[in-house]
Design a protein around this ligand. Structure first.
Ligand SMILES: NC(=O)c1ccc[n+]([C@@H]2O[C@H](COP(=O)([O-])OP(=O)(O)OC[C@H]3O[C@@H](n4cnc5c(N)ncnc54)[C@H](OP(=O)(O)O)[C@@H]3O)[C@@H](O)[C@H]2O)c1
Length: 263
């Protein structure tokens, strides 16, 4: 299926590894020019090179910490200069630290808010004026299945990402008449370094091995396996397409059936 996004420009942040990288690769395969950002410059450059080898589009790599307003301003300026206006924004970030409510300080809460909420709010604000002018845009936030079914031991993630979903829903209504859609995708357990780190953390607290923790995760999923990053990337790419023009304000899970609720 031709998704009619060839030649457009996407900014995908937190994209040197895992879900963000898979989204960048999938969009690149549709002929979208890509800017990727993350903090570690070596991994980021390797990822940019990998995308270039798979495709013939333009790829820009900008080292940036998405929790820093200064870095985001520099990033937005670099994309504008090198690739032009952003048509597709994929908001992503590392996960906030796991732990119980009683373990979290004010600083932990504020860090999580900056990382997982303000990064998306700031970047959306930066790209919206040109999307409105050109009456076309796609904003897609990578959140978590925790926004539908809070995950044990991930209180920061559950709370802050739910705020992002509410912000996006409100924004979707405010920009719909400009041809701009705003949607959230919710990965369930998906095989990336983040999941391996969470499994190691749970293992250290429970006396189990990481393998046992992963096996328990798989058992909790009706499909009895973890997701693959490219499966979430396929959903993101479709939401970025012309065909998805009428889907906005939606929060869609990609979780192998993990979420048991109706909505
Ligand atoms: N995988 C899952 O099962 C799953 C499920 C639900 C939700 N999620 C959420 O989805 C997001 C992506 O997860 P993932 O599994 O792909 O994680 P990952 O494999 O650990 O990759 C995280 C990516 O984000 C970048 N990053 C982290 N902190 C950043 C920052 N402050 N500024 C810029 N880039 C940053 C990392 O690069 P640098 O470290 O070099 O910056 C890396 O490229 C996370 O928020 C995670 O909590 C994941």
């Amino acid at each position: 299926m031709d998704l009619h996004i060839q030649g457009k420009t996407a900014l995908v942040v937190a994209a040197s590894r895992g879900l963000g990288k898979a989204a960048a690769l999938a969009l690149a395969q549709e002929g979208v020019n890509i800017c990727v950002a993350a903090r570690d410059v070596n991994t980021l450059n390797q990822t940019a090179e990998e995308i270039r080898q798979h495709t013939s589009i333009r790829v820009l790599a900008v080292p940036a910490d998405v929790s820093s307003r200064h870095d985001l301003e520099r990033l937005a300026q670099a994309v504008r200069q090198e690739l032009g206006a952003v048509d597709i924004l994929v908001n992503n970030a590392g996960g906030p630290r796991p732990g119980l409510f009683v373990e979290m300080s004010d600083e932990d809460w504020l860090q999580a808010f900056n990382l997982n909420f303000m990064s998306a709010a700031r970047l959306s604000r930066m790209v919206l004026p040109s999307m409105r002018e050109r009456r076309w845009g796609r904003i897609i936030n990578i959140t978590s299945i925790g926004v539908k079914q809070p995950m044990p031991n991930l209180v920061l993630s559950n709370a802050v990402r739910t705020g992002l979903v509410a912000m996006s829903k409100t924004l979707a209504g405010q920009v719909a008449s400009f041809g701009i859609t705003v949607n959230n995708v919710c990965p369930g357990y998906t095989m990336t370094e983040r999941v391996l780190a969470l499994a190691a953390n749970t293992a250290s607290q429970t006396g189990k091995t990481s393998e046992e923790v992963i096996t328990a995760m798989e058992a909790s999923i009706p499909m009895h396996r973890l997701g693959k990053p490219e499966e979430l990337a396929a959903l993101i790419t479709f939401l970025a397409s012309e065909q998805a023009a009428y889907i906005t304000g939606a929060t869609i899970q990609c979780d192998g059936g993990y979420f048991q609720g109706l909505m």
